[in-house]
Design a protein around this ligand. Sequence first.
Ligand code: ZN
Ligand code: ZN
Length: 428
Amino acid sequence: MTVRVTPLLNGLDARLPGLRELYEDLHAHPELSFQEVRTAGVVAARLREQGWEVTEGVGGTGVVGVLTSGTPSGEGPVVLLRADMDALPVEEQTGLPYASTRTALDGDGNEVPVMHACGHDMHVTCLLGATALLAANRQDWRGTVVAVFQPAEEVGGAPAMIEDGFLDRFPRPDVCLGQHVAPAPVGFVGTRPGPLMAASDSMRIRLFGRGGHGSMPETTVDPVVMAASVVLRLQTVVSREVAASQTAVVTVGSLHAGTKDNIIPDTAELEVNIRSTTQAVREKVLAAVERIVRAEAAASGAPKEPEFEPLDSFPVTVNDAAATATVQSALTAALGEGHVFTLPRTVTGSEDFGTFGSAFHVPSVFWHFGGADPAAFSGIDLGDLLENGIPATIPSNHSSRFAPVPDPTIHVGVTSLLAAAAQWLDGV
Ligand code: ZN
Ligand code: ZN
């Protein structure tokens, strides 16, 4: 390892003053997907201060920093480091002194509370810490680093950066690296070769009936009954059509129909989210959902075929096996034995980080790092954590009580990014 990687818990604060304040400031000022204007401004200003070449407005509010050291531009290894910037429409209940009290208008024009409930403020803070050290220690490495501050991860914003000419505007990386804070104890880092996180596909389904008076159902085709049958039947996809050795989730998270007790409405609308861990299962489940919806509509005598509107879609996040082995040994060297674990199975959460590696056809590695107070895990064996998952008492990402402890989570995140990147950046 050639970049100076500060060991875990050992004085990053002295060399990186202000990271905790930066984290608290970002946490108190969360912004919804594609609205990260203030955050992007903070990122761009910091990167410029540190000496990075900065491009703003990539894919909406995205910011990209490029720094080359010890080599003519265009030569030497290239490492892409990625952080996401967006927050969620959640009302913060952490009680922290720097808790968000902000609201914003969502895509439908509704005023909603906003909170960094997924920890993307931690990702921005850690990457800005890493960029500061890379700039300060330029003499110790050779190559190019592309620091990507991505908008709108929660709704799949990475493709917006790719569609904005990312492949032509920035150096082609040899590897893409990224990380996510998790409700595991601080100091715990988990990853795995191959499929790390599930694919996610969301869709809106519109069912068509024929409305009428609630007292005369014989004159109608009731879309409420149709929708109820669809919801129940969809729950047989995973239990009856997916092999027990495979993983998938089908959730109907939204169901709307009607306005009044004695009016049978014309339509019903469902929003469905599907998680899968292989392309084969993904295609099978998507096909089964469509088949069941069409068949239930036909069974009800629907006057019109149902409509399917695709919403967000995230591919399976796949870690390159060789690059993951390299990153795991680098993180073990930097954080110490007993901190870095191989996850036993694919996580059902989803990510759009893989978009960058896929678009460039280069390896990518993503890992999860703990941000929860270790005191909350006393008496729990880390091996049990791997096998049984996080205890229900620990607030997970997207919870209104999700609150990573800044110290030493920031140290771990900065250290991990640098330790991993150092494996590709030649020493001088
Ligand atoms: Zn999230
Ligand atoms: Zn997230």
